[in-house]
Design a protein around this ligand. Structure first.
Ligand SMILES: *Cc1c(COP(=O)(O)O)cnc(C)c1O
Length: 230
């Protein structure tokens, strides 16, 4: 069953790439497995998926210990500074850096352990009160500060678009994030690359790809609806 879901998602990714004149290899699919049991992740792993996204540190750490070591784990949820220690050596990419203080905590722990940590800056493009992330105008100053941290490496930007009925409504959100990344790339800041654009979820990943996403984070379309009661 999950295999069919994956095939469908894969087809939609390919079609969106084609519409946008992009190569399929430019887009990485992250299977967002939060709340889902290890058995379901194994099923998806057996279909060839090697990128998984979790939004809670404890859940990521648990699943990390139970699944094969060739998986790239993505921390996509809000990260508290006191949880940095637990996740820093397990996440291949932290998508949710939204403050200098958090980046400082990552830098300190990474320096202590001799690690290099790749991060994305989370941008609240639509300025929704309910979401984490920086306002667009605050992104560049923060990136300039974090760029001076020797063990933290900015690789791009991430956004969570609003929940909308018609995914077309989010096209401008994705276009804005892409424009911001182009502006930042033009600054040529040492230790900063903005090649990664992590945007698009089940409802809007095709639009996000058309607007330049290099990572899409897809949960429901692969694993089915989440049940938060369990
Ligand atoms: C849950 C989640 C997703 C996946 O959402 P779906 O709508 O189920 O695809 C993507 N990104 C983040 C940050 C999430 O928390």
């Amino acid at each position: 069953m999950l295999k069919e879901n994956l095939i469908e998602v894969e087809q939609k990714i390919e079609e969106a790439c084609k519409r946008a004149g992009r190569r399929r290899e430019e887009v990485t699919l992250i299977a967002v497995s939060k709340t889902k049991p290890v058995s379901m992740l194994e099923e998806v792993y057996d279909c060839g998926i090697r990128n998984f996204g979790e939004n809670k540190v404890q859940e990521l750490v648990d699943k990390f210990s139970k699944l094969p070591s060739d998986i790239n784990w993505h921390m996509i949820g809000h990260l508290q500074r006191n949880k940095v220690k637990a996740v820093i050596d397990k996440a291949a990419l932290i998508h949710s850096v939204d403050s200098v203080r958090l980046a400082e905590a990552i830098e300190q722990e990474a320096a202590k352990r001799g690690l290099d940590v790749d991060v994305l800056i989370e941008v609240n493009v639509a300025e929704e009160d309910s979401k984490f992330g920086l306002k667009v105008e605050d992104v560049l100053p923060m990136i300039e500060t974090i760029a001076t941290f020797p063990h933290v490496h900015i690789k791009g930007l991430m956004t969570i678009a609003p929940f909308v009925e018609n995914p077309e409504e989010n096209r401008t959100v994705f276009a804005q994030l892409r424009k911001l990344s182009v502006d930042i790339a033009g600054k040529n800041i040492d230790n900063v690359s903005v090649g990664i654009l992590s945007m698009g979820m089940t409802n809007d990943f095709e639009i996000a790809i058309e607007e330049g996403a290099t990572i899409v984070r897809v949960g429901t379309a692969i694993f089915g609806e989440r049940n938060y009661q369990i």
